[in-house]
Write a protein that binds this ligand. Structure first.
Ligand SMILES: Nc1ncnc2c1ncn2[C@@H]1O[C@H](COP(=O)(O)OP(=O)(O)O)[C@@H](O)[C@H]1O
Ligand SMILES: [Mg+2]
Length: 316
């Protein structure tokens, strides 16, 4: 199983974009960072990008990682990190959005238009920039909890539809809105950028969407709804990682552990049945948290094996 997972994540000539989504607390950051370290350790130029407005990434690597520029990760050659904070993402898009909305507000009045999702859109703008200028072999995204990342991804669809409409209705509306010719061209340019980014996200060979879950009721249902939501956007989920599985050998007669393991085994069966068409990997529950580099390397080798030779082979 880990061989299969490894093989779909592997870059092959082109940059590979790996997304890890799922409910809060299931192990997204653990999986994303372990995966990034595994590829970097094997010589692939790797970037880990977090869009979660928490400090997880900084804590994991024991160094400040911000949203302005990628920083090289200490003690891991070939790895850079970036933590995009949606609260202060200041993409060109954000400014443009403000200016367009400002003009519309001038036309229609302040109450008509609000931009409750501006943060998500600004975050996506940074996503798009990454998709346009890949300079890594592997870019791993540690996305925020499912619902939010779905909104992040869905917003530009609405926005693209909005742009499409503006473009179709043409200069007339633009004139009505007092938009100058340049803003209009900017909108067309934005739309092209977003369309390109979305086609990368939908391409199974460039992008692998993995969902992390626990063998429990709520994460299973959340996984189902994330798969459905992403499918609606034309984005396929390719693999599941079932985290914190209790291995039989750790039970050693402990009734509490045995009961949990039995509960898990029912959910594991359900996961195999309901998500039979996805690649499924399991990660055991460890007797420690995963909060430093050596624990991350332990996890990554459990998932992808120890092989050390891959970079050269993969790229030649
Ligand atoms: N397999 C595991 N065994 C033990 N602890 C784990 C395992 N996977 C994750 N953890 C711990 O669970 C907590 C939540 O994981 P995290 O990756 O931060 O979740 P998320 O990013 O989805 O919110 C962290 O403290 C992490 O160290
Ligand atoms: Mg996290």
């Amino acid at each position: 199983m880990s061989d299969d997972l490894r093989s779909i994540l592997m870059p092959d000539q082109k940059t590979k974009y790996l997304f890890f989504g799922g409910k809060g607390g299931v192990g997204k950051t653990t999986l994303a960072t372990a995966t990034a370290v595994w590829f970097a350790d094997r010589g692939y130029r790797t970037t880990i990008v977090s869009t979660d407005p928490t400090v997880s990434l900084s804590v994991m690597f024991g160094q400040a990682i911000g949203g302005d520029a990628r920083v090289p990760i200490r003690h891991v050659a070939n790895l850079c990190g970036l933590n995009i904070n949606p609260n202060d993402a200041k993409g060109v898009f954000q400014q443009r959005l403000n200016s367009v909305m400002g003009q519309m507000t001038g036309t229609f009045g302040g109450d008509v238009i609000s931009t409750p999702c501006a943060e998500e859109m600004a975050t996506f703008d940074q996503f798009v920039t990454f998709l346009e200028e890949p300079d890594s072999d592997v870019i791993v995204f540690d996305t925020a909890p499912t619902g939010k990342s779905l909104r992040e991804l869905a917003m530009p669809f609405d926005w693209a539809g909005f742009l499409q409409k503006q473009i179709q209705e043409g200069q007339k509306l633009a004139e009505l809105m007092n938009m100058d010719g340049d803003s209009f061209k900017d909108l067309e340019h934005d739309k092209r950028r977003y369309d390109n980014a979305l086609s990368v996200l939908r391409d199974r060979l460039s992008t692998v969407f993995s969902l992390v879950l626990l063998p429990e009721r709520l994460p299973i249902e959340e996984t189902q709804s994330a798969i459905t939501g992403l499918a609606r956007l034309g984005i396929p989920v390719q693999s599941l990682v079932v985290n914190q599985c209790i291995l039989p050998e750790v039970i050693e007669g402990n009734r509490f552990l045995a009961a949990r393991a039995q509960l898990q085994s029912r959910y594991l069966e359900e996961i195999d049945r309901r998500f039979a068409d996805l690649l499924r990997a399991r990660l055991p529950l460890l007797d420690q948290d995963v909060s430093d580099l050596s624990a991350l390397r332990q996890v990554s080798e459990m998932l992808y094996g120890r092989a050390a030779h891959l970079a050269q082979l993969g790229k030649n």
